[in-house]
Design a protein. Structure first.
Length: 130
């Protein structure tokens, strides 16, 4: 598990690889989750089949699927912190990203410094309030 460090009472961000999600915790209490799924995208690049996508695959595209924050922690930037943490992980791993979660997609749209990670220009979901 990858984890940020934080002082007492602060929100701590954790990457739980086994559950394909990023978690926000206050102490031991789970206050937010960003769920994702990884999919291969396209053929391997030049020089062989082993690249950021792993053996036999091209690169990996991480789909940010759902962001949920507990009501008592809503409006405090927990969802934004989860999306930023997830995108920093994507950048570190050399992956690409797509966001079927309307919150994550909107956050990326408002933070162009992460737009280079986008795999496509996915259209918003039907329930997207935009």
């Amino acid at each position: 598990m990858d984890e940020t460090s934080a002082g007492p009472g602060a929100v701590r961000l954790v990457h739980d690889d086994d559950r394909d999600r990023f978690e926000a915790l206050v102490g031991d209490t789970l206050v937010g989750v960003l769920a994702y799924g990884d999919e291969p995208s396209g053929p391997a690049g030049p020089g062989g089949s082993h690249g950021p996508g792993g053996p036999g695959g091209g690169r990996v595209v991480r789909d940010l699927r759902s962001t949920v924050v507990s009501p008592e922690h809503g409006g405090r930037g927990v969802g934004s912190a989860l999306v930023r943490f997830a995108l920093e992980d994507v950048r570190e791993r050399g992956y690409r990203v797509t966001a079927t979660c309307w919150f994550a997609r909107g956050w990326i749209d408002r933070h162009p410094e992460f737009s280079d990670l986008l795999e496509d220009s996915a259209t918003p979901q039907e329930d997207d309030p935009r």
